[in-house]
Design a protein around this ligand. Structure first.
Ligand code: BEZ
Length: 211
C-alpha cells in the first residue's frame, strides 16, 4: 500500500553504517528525511550522497536527521563511503541503512516493479516530530534529486506547521507568505497586526512570521 501524507511513518529496526537503529527511537523528537538510492557504486547516487553530507549543517539547523537506504549490504556501504569522500569531497556523516532483504524498502513502497524489481526508485520521505509523513517525492534512478529543494520544502513545512500560512510558488525563506483561506479577515487582523496585501479576497500576502 502506498504511504500517504499524514500516515504514520512505519517503524523498523535496521543495520546501518552507524550501527543498528530502531527508526522511531533514532528520530527522537526531531524531523527526519529518509531517502533511498537505487544502488551502491553508481554515479548519480554518489553525487547525491556527497551533496547531502555537505548539507548536514543545514539539516541540523532545521532540527532534521537524515538517513539514506539502499538494498546493498553493509560491507558495500563501507567500501563505497571511501569513493564518496574521494570524488565528492565530503565524507558520509549520516547513517546509510543496509536493506539487502528489502524489508524497509518494501515497507515504504520504494520498489516500483515496473521501473525495476531489484532496486529502489529515488524516494524521499520527510517525517515530522509526530512521526507522520509530511512529504513524499519519487524520482527515477536516472534523475538526481535537488537537495536544496528538500531544504526549501522543510522550511515551508516547519513554518506552516506553526503559523496559519501557506507558501507560494518558488517561495524561499524570508519571502512573503499567504494567509490560509480558513483565516477570516477579522482573525487575520489579530494574527497579522502589521497588515497584509490582498491581491484578491482569497490571495492575501503577508510578511513571513518569525519562527
Ligand atoms: C546512478 O546512481 O547513477 C544510477 C543508479 C541506478 C540506475 C541508473 C543510475
Amino acid at each position: 500500500m502506498t504511504l500517504q501524507l499524514g500516515d504514520t511513518a512505519p517503524d523498523f529496526t535496521a543495520e546501518t553504517t552507524e550501527g543498528t537503529i530502531r527508526f522511531h527511537e533514532w528520530l527522537g523528537d526531531k524531523w527526519g528525511v529518509l531517502f533511498s538510492h537505487p544502488k551502491n557504486f553508481t554515479p548519480v547516487c554518489t553525487t547525491e550522497l556527497g551533496y547531502t553530507a555537505k548539507l548536514k549543517p543545514e539539516f541540523e539547523k532545521r532540527n532534521v536527521k537524515v538517513i539514506g537506504i539502499s538494498v546493498d549490504p553493509l560491507d558495500a556501504h563501507d567500501k563505497w563511503a571511501a569513493d564518496i569522500l574521494e570524488t565528492q569531497g565530503h565524507a558520509l556523516n549520516f547513517p546509510l541503512i543496509a536493506d539487502p532483504d528489502r524489508k524497509v524498502a518494501t515497507l515504504y513502497g520504494m520498489i516500483h516493479p515496473n521501473a525495476s524489481d531489484t532496486t529502489t526508485v529515488r524516494s524521499v520521505f520527510v517525517i515530522g516530530p509526530d512521526k507522520k509523513v509530511k512529504l513524499t517525492l519519487t524520482y527515477p534512478a536516472s534523475t538526481g534529486r535537488n537537495f536544496d529543494e528538500i531544504l526549501r520544502v522543510i522550511d515551508s513545512l516547519q513554518l506552516t506547521a506553526k503559523h496559519q500560512v501557506a507558501t507560494p510558488v518558488n517561495w524561499k525563506q524570508g519571502e512573503d507568505v499567504i494567509i490560509v483561506p480558513a483565516v477570516s479577515d477579522d482573525e487575520a487582523k489579530v494574527k497579522f497586526p502589521q497588515g497584509w496585501k490582498a491581491l484578491k479576497p482569497y490571495l492575501r500576502l503577508v510578511q513571513q512570521p518569525r519562527t
